[in-house]
Design a protein around this ligand. Structure first.
Ligand code: PLP
Length: 496
């Protein structure tokens, strides 16, 4: 036989072969797991405790981590202590400390210990929740978590559980905008097919502000609308989308025989945190039948605070879809992006597919949610578990306090900047995000960026606004304290 095994050699040999394999080296007993966890906890606790003692940026050179990892996997088992030793020696130098008190780069991506615990419980529960039948708990906990967050954030009732709309967890905001764009594309092409026959998506146009996230451009390419058919709408002097320009651009497209299909309003742009006028944008979209998607990936968390809620959710009741990433500021550990829809049917129409092997009585009965019909992939992680543990153990009011605290820390830096004649804000502070530049120009701003990032205690990133270089300072790591932003401000001013 080609496999040369004992299976081909008759019943007695097969029994011997099975007996010889009785050790089952691929298995771990619950007791083994408990002992392993105890060992691994040593590394975890030390790692969580040394965030302020390490360089925030990894100082590893390209290829340095990879060069220390063998090119082929081990054939025989290795002790966990060896893995943990290499975790320390090989992996740690390549880790970027997003959890450091001096983390001010991009946006925060917080992993709250309660969320880590939830993730671990979810891993042990091991529930690929593609259908309700494949995991009723994964499905129903998720539906309820979206409802918890909707009410805590003051999002409108059109997104509520049990109505025409509803919520779903996507992996990222990029996937959320892509899924919604596909739904909008199909809605637009189907209504055109009914009117004119044919279902090609040529002539469809999408819109987003010049400050929108690159995921919007990426999605237009992937979903077939085409990158050339994304119109970048000009912004006002605070980098918010200009709704009048949007109206003009849509009218121009309609006059030219094209069809406005999809528009993204951003609540908290990536560059400077600008908040687009969602209600005014919604009015323009409605007049052309275009889908309005709100991207509040970072700033959405601020809706947990009563001080910021109205600003963040303004106009949400007019949107077709609204998304934010609890994996950014809220602490829900990457990845976790919540998406609500006012009407879930276009998304389900676009995503649903039912091969025979997935048919089941619960789906046929129509009383359950099958989340595989709400996103691109079939299987899904049990992400609701980390939201559940985080929201129960930490509570909404503590998370709201965290938002207020981080905003007040950003105000402290803002005061220091305001007092220096050579520094200025390139855009109004948005929540806990500051965009700072040197009045002498880009070369001086670059020097400041380099000086800050050369210090092991801090990490900042940049963007351009009005064609000029800007240092972004995004406060929001769970560990950041007043003393840290004071130290940062002192350092910045000394580097001038
Ligand atoms: N939208 C905005 C406004 C963002 O700032 C970001 C990332 O920072 C994204 C979307 C993309 O997020 P994700 O990594 O979840 O796709």
């Amino acid at each position: 036989p080609s496999d040369g095994g004992a299976f081909a050699c008759g019943g007695r040999n097969r029994t011997c072969e099975v007996a010889r394999m009785s050790a089952r080296p691929w298995r771990r007993s619950p007791e083994d797991f408990a002992a392993d966890i105890e060992q691994a906890i040593g590394w975890m606790v030390r790692h969580m405790g040394d965030a302020s003692e390490r360089s925030v940026w990894s100082r590893a050179q390209p290829g340095e981590v990879g060069s220390k990892i063998p090119k082929t996997p081990p054939s025989e088992p290795e002790p966990l202590k060896d893995v943990l030793r290499d975790m320390q020696k090989i992996i740690e130098p390549g880790l970027v400390r997003w959890d450091a008190p001096g983390w001010m780069a991009w946006f925060p991506s917080n992993s709250h210990p309660d969320a880590m615990l939830g993730d671990l419980l979810a891993s042990v529960a091991a529930q690929p929740g593609m259908l309700w039948t494949s995991s009723p708990a994964c499905t129903e906990l998720e539906t309820r978590m979206l409802e918890w967050l909707r009410t805590a954030m003051g999002l409108p009732v059109c997104f509520a559980e049990g109505g025409l709309g509803g919520g779903v967890i996507q992996d990222t905001a990029s996937s959320a905008v892509l899924a919604c764009m596909i739904a909008a594309r199909d809605r637009a092409t189907q209504s055109r097919a009914t009117r004119e026959g044919g279902s090609a998506c040529s002539g469809l146009v999408a819109y987003a502000s010049e400050q929108s996230h690159s995921s919007v451009l990426k999605a237009t390419g992937i979903c077939g609308i085409g990158r050339d058919n994304l119109r970048l709408v000009p912004t006002d002097d605070a980098f918010r989308m200009d709704a009048d320009s949007l109206a003009e651009m849509m009218k121009h497209d309609v006059d030219a025989g094209r069809q406005p299909c999809f528009c993204v309003a951003t609540v908290g742009t990536t560059g400077c945190g600008a908040i687009d006028p969602v209600a005014a944008i919604a009015e323009v979209c409605r007049s052309h039948g275009a889908w309005l998607h709100v991207d509040a990936a970072w700033a959405g968390t601020a809706a947990l605070s009563s001080r910021h809620r109205n600003t963040i959710v303004a106009g949400a009741s007019e949107a077709d879809s609204w998304t934010f990433n609890p994996h950014k500021w809220m602490g829900a550990s990457f990845d976790c992006s919540c998406l609500w829809l006012a009407d879930r049917r276009p998304l389900i129409d676009a995503m649903s597919i039912e091969p025979e092997y997935l048919r089941n009585a619960a789906t046929d009965g129509g009383d359950v949610i099958d989340y595989r019909d709400w996103h691109i992939q079939l299987g899904r992680r049990f992400r609701a578990m980390k939201l559940w543990v985080l929201l129960r153990r930490t509570g909404v009011s503590a998370l709201a306090n965290m938002v207020d605290f981080h905003v007040s820390l950003a105000k402290t830096i803002e005061q220091h900047i305001g007092a220096h004649p050579k520094l200025e804000l390139a855009a109004p502070r948005s929540l806990s995000l500051l965009c700072i530049r040197h009045v002498d120009g880009d070369a001086a701003t670059q020097q400041l960026l380099d000086a800050v990032n050369a210090d092991d205690r801090f990490a900042v990133t940049h963007c351009t606004l009005d064609g000029r270089l800007v240092m972004r300072v995004a406060i929001g790591a769970l560990s950041t304290e007043l003393a840290d932003v004071e130290t940062f401000s002192e350092y910045l001013l000394a580097a001038m």
